[in-house]
Design a binder for this molecule. Structure first.
Ligand code: AMP
Length: 337
């Protein structure tokens, strides 16, 4: 057992299974005041910061973003924070998987390593305690407050009431079945951008609507941060990597392959001239339902505006969300015409 270098961490990191693979230990920062101090210090030395926000339980999709961040900045910060503000009370916040030690070991194996893992206990003030002036200014400790609160939506929103909404882009697709999801995402990303103060931030195309929402938010609100979208990383059989895949039974996992397989077939069909979106969507929905899934949505939308199209005549993305048992998966494929 070996502890981290950081005085700000209470996370104990185990040695990686193969110490040959380890590059460097990231500094673990759990307090937002410390995180800001680190970033300001590095920026005053002229260093650029690349940032990868995650909810942890890292897989190769996340690691690809971290590797890409190394190509764009001197230093890399990865945040690991399961954001309660994007889960409605009926959603899977309490069962969202986590493995902080495993995550840190994976990050230590990335060539060049990671400089900081920002792992706050809580980024919200829910009003469950009497907020002091220090808390409001963010200079109080984050850690001892608000333990045990399940969702930001609890307590009638007392304590936290400011939300970032990207009005049109957040409405369709995932926004329909998860009405508070994107305001939670945009808000926490804003908070993280304010705390970490990066030059560049990386997001996966796996969450395509999220990527477009963050790009629009950054443009509309003048964040001086370059947003880079990274390609989807898939398992060898085509399943898009996701932290939620761990909850799939072997049977559900097999069924879930119907998403990527039917999307691939649709893309090939489109490239061969089948450009009618209704027919393409019907074929994907049929394939997923026949496999045993329940489709939440299947939409073919413009890559930039995310407006649905009837025929494929310009670059589009085919986005799907479907349930397999209790697990909701999303996936998409770009079709460039
Ligand atoms: P999450 O931990 O699910 O919030 O994801 C953190 C970041 O990793 C987001 O920008 C996701 O889009 C990205 N990501 C998740 N899965 C993948 C994947 N399979 N391929 C590429 N990026 C991904």
């Amino acid at each position: 057992m070996q502890s981290t270098k950081s005085q700000t961490s209470n996370v104990q990191i185990q040695d990686p299974p193969n110490s040959q693979m380890a590059n460097k230990e990231p500094e673990i920062i759990t307090d937002k005041t410390q995180m800001r101090k680190w970033s300001r210090g590095m920026r005053s030395q002229g260093k650029t910061i690349g940032f990868v926000p995650t909810m942890g339980f890292l897989h190769e999709g996340h690691i690809a973003l971290v590797k890409e961040a190394r190509n764009h900045a001197d230093l890399v910060v990865v945040s690991i924070y399961v954001n309660p503000g994007q889960f409605s009370p009926s959603e899977d916040l309490s069962t969202y998987p986590s493995d902080i030690n495993g995550d840190i070991q994976k990050l230590m194996a990335v060539p060049g390593g990671v400089d900081v893992v920002f792992h706050p206990h809580n980024l919200y003030d829910y009003g469950t305690t009497n907020p002091s002036v220090e808390n409001v200014n963010g200079s109080g400790g984050d850690e001892e407050r608000n333990v045990g609160v399940v969702s930001c939506l609890e307590n009638n929103g007392l304590g936290h009431e400011t939300w970032v909404k990207v009005e049109r882009l957040e409405k369709g697709m995932c926004g329909k079945s998860r009405p508070v999801f994107f305001r939670g995402v945009a808000t926490v990303v804003t908070k993280l951008f304010n705390i970490v103060d990066p030059d560049v931030a990386l997001f996966g195309k796996k969450d395509y609507q999220q990527l477009r929402i963050i790009q629009r938010m950054v443009r509309d609100l003048d964040f001086a941060i370059k947003i880079i979208g990274s390609e989807i990383v898939r398992e060898s059989d085509g399943l898009a990597m996701s932290s939620r895949n761990v909850h799939l039974s072997p049977e559900e996992r097999e069924q879930a392959l119907s998403i990527s397989r039917s999307l691939s077939r649709a893309r090939i069909a489109a490239e061969k001239g089948q450009i009618n979106c209704r027919e393409l969507k019907e074929s994907v929905i049929k394939a997923i339902e026949e496999a045993g899934g329940r489709v939440d949505y299947a939409e073919i939308v413009d890559q930039e505006s995310l407006v649905a199209v009837e025929e494929i005549k310009s670059p589009v993305v085919f986005c799907v969300a479907a349930w397999f048992g209790k697990v909701r998966l999303i996936d998409n494929m770009e079709i460039d015409m």
